[in-house]
Design a protein around this ligand. Structure first.
Ligand code: FAD
Length: 307
């Protein structure tokens, strides 16, 4: 059932098509700000990264379903006030189907055609029991269907190189991922990882399970030792031990940690591009400098592909 709103959508490029287009896409992820200072930082980062002419940018949906309005507002502002192509993340947390349809309608009304449909985590404890809204959805695949039914949206989903922390094993995780893609996803973006082989293993097992959805690697450079601890929680896997040893060797010197983080991230991106990935999605944490430095270290031909 189409909502009848997306009349402006066809003029907007579909990220699913860009990702399948041959040249690798380069994209940046931001989160919605919670304070005026946060908003200032976000818009500074957006303006600084705009000059790199990324293929698209994405705006996350607050954990636990918070920042719904800010996500829609920031995404709309990016669409209307910048030259960037925005994608809104959307989660099913704490939302009835009617509320989700309302958010999807608002996105469509703002001319936003690209949506990353993720289930989200329970508010408070991300690993707590998932309790679906009484009139809501159970899995991301249901959200993919809902968005697709609402209009001509290009829909992305989440992929997990180390399996989703809730999945019993890698095989079940892969089967659920392929099923989610087959429910209508046009592309996927991974959780962050720090070893290219972990991405390549995911890609191989998805292909072996019959999946053909392009999977864009999600990357984030280490800029402080604290990033390593946090990334382990987010990625659901320990930081690669050999790489950790390199960071620990320079842990006392903040500038060296940062330099190593930029260099190793750029090396990993170069390897991924050589392996033919459909694009690179940078998690920016609303800062532009580290992402720009990685970008500059990538081979000129790779960077030119996005321009
Ligand atoms: P699902 O695909 O529904 O999977 C959840 C679990 O259920 C998995 O274990 C899966 O194997 C299992 N499963 C799936 N389908 C079935 C089925 N049919 N039967 C049985 N089991 C099944 N969170 C936010 O709050 N806001 C964001 O903006 C956001 N953006 C993200 C962007 C990316 C690129 C990534 C990788 C994650 C993002 N997340 C975000 C986090 C995400 O919401 C959580 O990781 C969430 O726990 C899982 O979401 P999912 O879409 O993978 O869920």
């Amino acid at each position: 059932m189409a909502l009848g709103l997306p009349s402006r959508l066809p003029a907007t490029p579909a990220i699913g098509e860009l990702v399948r287009g041959g040249a690798p896409t380069f994209s940046f992820e931001f989160f919605p700000p919670k304070t005026p200072e946060g908003e200032r930082l976000l818009w500074r980062a957006i303006r600084e990264l705009e000059s790199l002419r990324p293929s698209f940018v994405s705006i996350t949906y607050g954990a636990g379903g918070t920042t719904r309005d800010t996500t829609v507002a920031v995404t709309e502002r990016v669409a209307t006030e910048t030259t960037l192509l925005p994608m809104a993340h959307l989660t099913a947390v704490n939302h009835s189907v009617a509320e989700l349809r309302n958010v999807i309608g608002r996105l469509a009304g703002a001319g936003i055609r690209n949506v990353l449909a993720v289930r989200g985590d329970p508010p408070g404890d991300p690993m707590g029991e998932w309790v679906e809204h009484p009139s809501g959805l159970r899995y991301a695949e249901d959200l993919v269907r809902l968005v697709k039914e609402a209009g001509d949206f290009s829909v992305g989903v989440a992929a997990f190189p180390y399996k989703h922390p809730r999945s019993a094993d890698v095989e079940t995780d892969t089967a659920h991922f392929v099923r989610k893609c087959q429910s209508g996803a046009d592309f996927a973006i991974t959780q962050m990882f720090f070893d290219a082989d972990d991405y390549l293993r995911l890609r191989d097992r998805v292909v072996a399970a019959g999946g053909d959805t392009p999977i864009v690697p999600g990357v984030m450079p280490v800029t402080r030792m604290a990033t390593i601890e946090r990334s382990s929680q987010l990625s659901g896997a320990p930081f690669p031990p050999a790489l950790l040893a390199r960071f620990e060797a320079v842990a006392g010197d903040e500038a060296s940690v940062r330099e190593l983080g930029i260099e190793t991230c750029a090396d990993m991106c170069a390897r991924l591009l050589a392996e033919g990935v459909p694009g690179i999605h940078f998690i920016t944490l609303n800062r532009s400098t580290a992402t720009r430095e990685v970008w500059q270290l990538l081979a000129p031909s790779d960077v030119a592909a996005a321009a």
